[in-house]
Design a protein around this ligand. Sequence first.
Ligand SMILES: *[C@@H]1O[C@H](CO)[C@@H](O)[C@H](O)[C@H]1NC(C)=O
Ligand SMILES: *[C@@H]1O[C@H](CO)[C@@H](O)[C@H](O)[C@H]1NC(C)=O
Ligand SMILES: *[C@@H]1O[C@H](CO)[C@@H](O)[C@H](O)[C@H]1NC(C)=O
Ligand SMILES: *[C@@H]1O[C@H](CO)[C@@H](O)[C@H](O)[C@H]1NC(C)=O
Ligand SMILES: *[C@@H]1O[C@H](CO)[C@@H](O)[C@H](O)[C@H]1NC(C)=O
Ligand SMILES: *[C@@H]1O[C@H](CO)[C@@H](O)[C@H](O)[C@H]1NC(C)=O
Ligand SMILES: *[C@@H]1O[C@H](CO)[C@@H](O)[C@H](O)[C@H]1NC(C)=O
Ligand SMILES: *[C@@H]1O[C@H](CO)[C@@H](O)[C@H](O)[C@H]1NC(C)=O
Ligand SMILES: *[C@@H]1O[C@H](CO)[C@@H](O)[C@H](O)[C@H]1NC(C)=O
Ligand SMILES: *[C@@H]1O[C@H](CO)[C@@H](O)[C@H](O)[C@H]1NC(C)=O
Ligand SMILES: *[C@@H]1O[C@H](CO)[C@@H](O)[C@H](O)[C@H]1NC(C)=O
Ligand SMILES: *[C@@H]1O[C@H](CO)[C@@H](O)[C@H](O)[C@H]1NC(C)=O
Length: 569
Amino acid sequence: MWVFKLLSSVIVLVICCQLTFKVSAADEFSYIGAVAEYHPVLTGDNGTEIANENAKNFITMMAKAAEHNADIIVFPENGLTVGFTYSKENRTMYPSFSTFLPDDNAHVPCKNSETVVIEALQSLSCAAQNYSMYVVINLMEMKKCNASETESHGCPSDGLFFYNTNVVLDRNGTIISRYRKFNLFAEPGVDVTSTADVASFTTDFDVTFGHFICFDILFKEPALTLVKDYNITDIVYPTHWFSEMPYLTTLQVQASWSYANDVNFLASSFNNPSSGSGGSGIYAGKDGHLITYWPEYSSNALLVATVPKLINGERNVSLVSSTSALYYAFNDSEISTLVGLEVIPQRLFAQENLTLFTTSELDFVNGTTEISKEVCNREFCCSFHVNSNFANESVTETSKYYKYRIAVFNGIRLYPGIGTGGIQVCSIISCTDATLESCGTRFAVTDDVVAATVFHSIVISGNFSTDADMAQMPSSLTTDILPLNPSDFSYSAVDYENSTDRSIVYNLTSSTSNLLTFAIFGRNFSGDWKEEIVIEEPTESPTTGASAGVHVPYSSIAVAITFLVAMWQ
Ligand SMILES: *[C@@H]1O[C@H](CO)[C@@H](O)[C@H](O)[C@H]1NC(C)=O
Ligand SMILES: *[C@@H]1O[C@H](CO)[C@@H](O)[C@H](O)[C@H]1NC(C)=O
Ligand SMILES: *[C@@H]1O[C@H](CO)[C@@H](O)[C@H](O)[C@H]1NC(C)=O
Ligand SMILES: *[C@@H]1O[C@H](CO)[C@@H](O)[C@H](O)[C@H]1NC(C)=O
Ligand SMILES: *[C@@H]1O[C@H](CO)[C@@H](O)[C@H](O)[C@H]1NC(C)=O
Ligand SMILES: *[C@@H]1O[C@H](CO)[C@@H](O)[C@H](O)[C@H]1NC(C)=O
Ligand SMILES: *[C@@H]1O[C@H](CO)[C@@H](O)[C@H](O)[C@H]1NC(C)=O
Ligand SMILES: *[C@@H]1O[C@H](CO)[C@@H](O)[C@H](O)[C@H]1NC(C)=O
Ligand SMILES: *[C@@H]1O[C@H](CO)[C@@H](O)[C@H](O)[C@H]1NC(C)=O
Ligand SMILES: *[C@@H]1O[C@H](CO)[C@@H](O)[C@H](O)[C@H]1NC(C)=O
Ligand SMILES: *[C@@H]1O[C@H](CO)[C@@H](O)[C@H](O)[C@H]1NC(C)=O
Ligand SMILES: *[C@@H]1O[C@H](CO)[C@@H](O)[C@H](O)[C@H]1NC(C)=O
């Protein structure tokens, strides 16, 4: 397997302007993709001013991307029209933070006196022409409606639908595609379409891109539909993600999805470490990460990579070398949105509630340990084989080091205040002490953490369903909050001929001393968006055995907990 060894040698380039831009041709084996990691202007006199300021910064980033001949650039969710307060009841602020879009897909907003779009989008259309670049922008769209509309909940009383929308401009500044977010994440007052848009666009370099937004990545519609039903090989993905441990930090999810679907994936993130947001990357599916960037601190940056096209299911990777990927950090005089910001590391990761998981401590003794174990939760079982080394001598009374647990779950989880999701997980996760509550938290970035456990190999296996409402992916995380590169693991999913199951085996193949999560992460879409759910305790008791330790006690009486889930309007 081929990959880029890039993370340790991120290159900051300062290159002079170049006035002609090379464009990738249809018959080439690759194109040049760029994604922005961007901390937006969030305040200003009004929505117009904020959007204009953000557009100006986008254009600064496009100019830099053009120096590297980018064919396409992606900007983050909420990167342009931002700064309003979400409210389901009172949307009077929304119109001044939104734009109308033309109905047709052949409209050029640049210098067009007839255009209905906001000034900011007009400038971006001109910049797309000027730099001859495809541009993916996320913004708040408004659309007039009336009572005859048949959208999911009718036309709101203010006569407008507001959508969280991606807009794509081609090299001529023409609006060629749009997509309206279908799986909202706590965005009160924002509307959704009655069925998911399946949005794609074909470029002059002969790649057809699909697009969706942020939380959409965890759902079937439209993300998996694009890949499974429309054979889409490349995805552009604006996001404003809030990292959650142990399975859903930003880059971990992007890398997993790109690998599981073997698509090229261009992810651009809203940067705000103080609320747990940030993390952009360009991934080439099973062929590895082209460039990833985890912003522990606030930043404005551009990632550029040569992306090998998928032609008949194959990438020609020979022409992509590590030096073709780059990371460029903008300083305060180029982009000023970080001026005056307090320098604080990422924090406030959400933590998945693991109470109803079946867990088992991995209790390593000094030296090499081999553990083989099967752990089940609601009749779903996973096997674990772990070969590891624990270095007692590196640990003192006061040392901080990660402990590990096997954690298995089969059921419905809650995204508090947002919705539900069905999941099936076989995993090894990290904990900061012996309690279950500490699992899925991390030590402070400033803590001196001893890498006491080295995993030489891990084999996790389980039988999962081939049902179209199920999907699985390999998921990993290191203490750098980066996913493992495919060169460090193997993953196989083989359908049984005689049943509706598939066998999945996920192996850690290189020694790793900084692991936080290693998981087969499965989704069960039939558990999604339940308005009222009953989550029952599993019948299995926590696995006991050699490694029995401190566990959160399970009650022997099955208790049912009813959640009323706040749904979108
Ligand atoms: C928005 O603010 C800008 C800058 O202060 C000002 O020039 C403009 O007139 C304002 N627009 C509206 C619609 O209030
Ligand atoms: C709705 O919000 C606007 C602007 O935020 C405010 O001026 C107005 O008073 C609010 N209306 C109600 C009914 O709360
Ligand atoms: C157009 O691109 C050139 C560089 O090729 C740059 O100097 C100029 O400022 C750009 N103009 C606009 C309107 O973006
Ligand atoms: C209502 O909306 C539909 C669809 O946008 C439009 O065709 C129709 O003319 C509108 N009716 C009125 C009364 O505005
Ligand atoms: C851009 O416009 C030119 C001239 O109108 C046209 O020849 C070309 O096909 C357009 N390119 C794209 C990508 O639409
Ligand atoms: C997707 O690919 C499959 C297999 O090659 C083919 O049968 C199908 O027609 C394609 N679908 C589309 C929408 O291109
Ligand atoms: C891969 O790309 C190189 C450089 O463009 C080309 O010379 C080579 O023939 C390609 N290989 C395959 C298998 O297409
Ligand atoms: C910021 O970067 C630009 C472009 O590289 C450079 O010309 C300028 O000197 C830098 N400014 C500061 C304050 O570092
Ligand atoms: C976690 O889930 C358990 C069981 O569903 C529930 O009792 C507990 O309140 C939850 N804890 C938190 C912090 O939400
Ligand atoms: C742990 O193992 C190492 C190497 O096998 C050995 O040198 C050391 O004495 C052991 N420490 C303890 C506390 O047993
Ligand atoms: C995973 O490791 C096991 C044990 O070493 C081996 O039998 C299996 O073939 C490996 N699977 C993959 C997909 O590499
Ligand atoms: C299906 O095939 C697998 C592997 O070939 C075998 O282990 C299993 O027993 C078979 N199951 C049934 C129900 O025949």
